[in-house]
Design a binder for this molecule. Structure first.
Ligand code: ATP
Ligand code: MG
Length: 381
């Protein structure tokens, strides 16, 4: 008899030809998540099992964060031949529970002497006799004693919900514009949840923004990495571009012009990373550079699709996700961002394209972009 984790995934993705690709990707991602715990991960009878871990709680914490996992069940695996022993184990696992229950048996071994209704009946009866705090409710029980008869017997009661989504890498790649704020880590997480492997670009304006501000962004990438499976962060030196914009462009347009530079550079990075899209943490109307007109003028400078998964979210809703995924605390640290250092007093909310283009014509854009690209430092988180 031994303890293990039975990992459940969304059946919806498993139809048709995608199934083997999905399963291989998921097993690989679960293995990566628990590698530090010395755990073994394997596929058996279309189920993923995790065993031999040094710490079960930590294994559960890590596996429930893997995109593509819908729930994790701590289970007991034991020989199926001695039915009395299986029933006794079920009784022991329900000893501390109160309320209503049912037994749900599944039998993939059709030669087993008892069929599913017989297993349900026999184990249900023994649980009722042993635990006076439980009664049966087959329609809407508080607890379900799952008994699966496969190569062995597997028993579990607890079903711990996981993040869901699809395994990272099954839906291509995208590049996240990652600031140290609350919104962009959430945006990246939401797209990665759909199976997209993300990498990131961070614009750093040293010495106007400190090394600690950069470290904060890398810490955010490390937190995301638990679910996102390794994030390459491209740290782009942005000071020169910001100084040039500050000197040569109208004050109320500096933020927008800066954002257009960010998009152009992010797209170039995205191409080197074989990404198919850009991701930002913008939400309509949150700040002046996030009016619909302003977003339109930043989209214009790139050819790739730009995904903004929090576009319709209130700040409180974004914060709730940041708390759930564990980025909120780090995002709340007070270090400055390059956007805030050069913020104009009255940013244009209804920018005119002709003014933007006239201002940009005063800059040696290609040289500035190339110099920033050449100065990129890549950190793998
Ligand atoms: P966040 O909380 O993600 O910082 P925000 O509300 O502060 O967002 P802005 O500062 O206007 O909004 O930035 C909008 C988006 O632009 C961010 O969500 C992020 O995707 C991108 N961005 C802003 N600053 C940077 C930066 N220094 N490096 C990379 N991307 C950035
Ligand atoms: Mg920001």
């Amino acid at each position: 008899m031994r303890e293990l984790l039975l990992v459940r995934y969304g059946e919806i993705f498993l139809k048709g030809q995608n199934r083997p690709v999905f399963m291989r990707a998921l097993v690989k991602r679960v293995k990566r998540a628990v590698q530090d715990l010395g755990a073994t991960v394997y596929l058996n009878d279309s189920r993923i099992f995790v065993t031999d871990y040094s710490d079960q709680d930590e294994a559960i914490r890590k596996v429930t964060k893997v995109f593509g996992v819908h729930s994790v069940c701590p289970a007991i695996e034991m020989p199926k031949e001695d039915f009395d022993a299986v029933a006794a184990q079920a009784v022991a696992m329900m000893a501390d529970l109160k309320g209503t229950f049912k037994v749900s048996a599944r039998r993939s071994d059709k030669r087993y002497p008892l069929d599913s209704p017989a297993i349900n009946g026999q184990i249900g009866h023994r649980v009722l006799v042993a635990n006076k705090n439980l009664s049966v409710d087959v329609k809407n029980p508080d607890h379900v004693m799952n008994v699966e008869i496969r190569d062995h017997a597997y028993l579990y009661v607890k079903v711990i919900p996981a993040v869901g989504g699809m395994p990272v890498g099954t839906n291509g790649r995208a590049t996240l514009l990652l600031s140290g704020g609350i919104d962009s880590p959430v945006a990246g997480w939401m797209i990665a949840k759909r199976g997209v492997h993300i990498n990131a670009v961070h614009f750093h304006s040293y010495p106007y923004t400190s090394d600690r501000a950069k470290e904060k962004v890398l810490d955010l990438a490390r937190i995301l990495s638990e679910s996102c499976c390794g994030i390459r962060v491209h740290v782009v030196p942005f000071t020169k571009i910001q100084m040039e914009i500050h000197e040569k462009c109208p004050d109320e347009y500096t933020t927008l012009i800066m954002r257009r530079f960010m998009m152009r550079i992010a797209e170039r990075v995205a191409i080197t990373e074989k990404s198919e899209a850009l991701i930002t943490g913008e939400s309509i109307g949150q700040v002046a550079s996030q009016t619909m007109t302003a977003l339109g003028t930043t989209d214009m400078v790139v050819n790739m699709p730009v995904f903004r998964p929090v576009i319709g979210f209130d700040k409180t809703e974004i914060i709730a996700i940041a708390e759930k995924i564990g980025t909120m605390e780090t995002s709340s640290l007070p270090y400055e961002d390059c956007c805030t250092v050069f913020t104009p007093r009255h940013p244009a909310t209804h920018p005119h394209l002709d003014i933007i283009e006239a201002a940009e014509a005063k800059l040696d854009m290609e040289a500035l972009i190339q110099e920033a690209m050449d100065g990129i430092e890549i950190v793998t988180c």
